[in-house]
Design a protein around this ligand. Structure first.
Ligand code: SF4
Ligand code: SF4
Length: 210
């Protein structure tokens, strides 16, 4: 049984309870009085990438719209500017809930796979933890080729003058493609991360089991 099926079964017809128990600060959602100040204060919700501003997401949670909320790209577009928290008359930790929703959707496999922020987070994490140092060249190429080879070549062509400028200024080294800088104690970093993953895995398993 998938993680999503298991929790959907566990919280059948009670999506608000699921959010309260599984999402960071999710127990604040019921405090929202739908004034809309957060959505009106959000500097990014006017961009086309947003499906639902925060106040709408909270209303949808209470209305039991599980599929729509967990597959939404909205929480992935939150930039943590904290405008909403500062202005919310109920002092609801909106930013934390937005990130908590994104993490939960990811955890149970409901998050939109190719959503740009989600894709970049995964790419960055993999890149940075591989050697303990970010390889900017590989990171950029990974992003350029996100939508396939042809689009990747087009993206590369469009950015070639910027890349050449960076090479000339000594800010980009093409040899990074074949290795690149790394931390001295990579084994130590990997061991530390393995321990952190294990602690997180146990914590989340306990949360899911409730
Ligand atoms: S500002 Fe606060 S109370 Fe108003 S809609 Fe947003 S979360 Fe709800
Ligand atoms: S913290 Fe996120 S949701 Fe809140 S106003 Fe900023 S971008 Fe919008």
């Amino acid at each position: 049984m998938s993680a999503n099926t298991a929790v959907a079964e566990k919280y059948r017809n009670n999506f608000l309870k699921e959010i309260e128990e599984q999402v960071e600060m999710g127990d604040w959602v019921k405090m929202c009085m739908q004034c809309g100040v957060c959505s009106g204060s959000c500097p990014t919700n006017f961009q086309s990438a947003w499906d639902h501003p925060p106040q709408e997401l909270f209303m949808m949670i209470r209305a039991g719209k599980r599929e729509e909320v967990l597959t939404s790209s909205s929480m992935w577009n939150c930039t943590s500017c904290y405008n909403c928290i500062v202005r919310c008359p109920r002092k609801i930790p909106i930013t934390h809930i937005m990130h908590g929703l994104a993490e939960y959707a990811h955890r149970i496999g409901m998050a939109p796979k190719m959503q740009a922020t989600r894709f970049f987070s995964g790419l960055f994490w993999k890149n940075a933890t591989h050697t303990g140092r970010v390889n900017e060249l590989k990171l950029s190429l990974g992003l350029y080729f996100k939508d396939g080879f042809v689009q990747g070549v087009k993206n590369g062509m469009a950015m070639q003058s910027v890349a050449l400028g960076l090479v000339k200024a000594g800010r980009l080294n093409v040899l990074e493609l074949f290795g690149g800088h790394k931390c001295k104690d990579q084994k130590g970093i990997h061991a530390m991360l393995a321990k952190a993953y294990e602690i997180e895995r146990v914590r989340k398993a306990a949360k899911m089991a409730g």
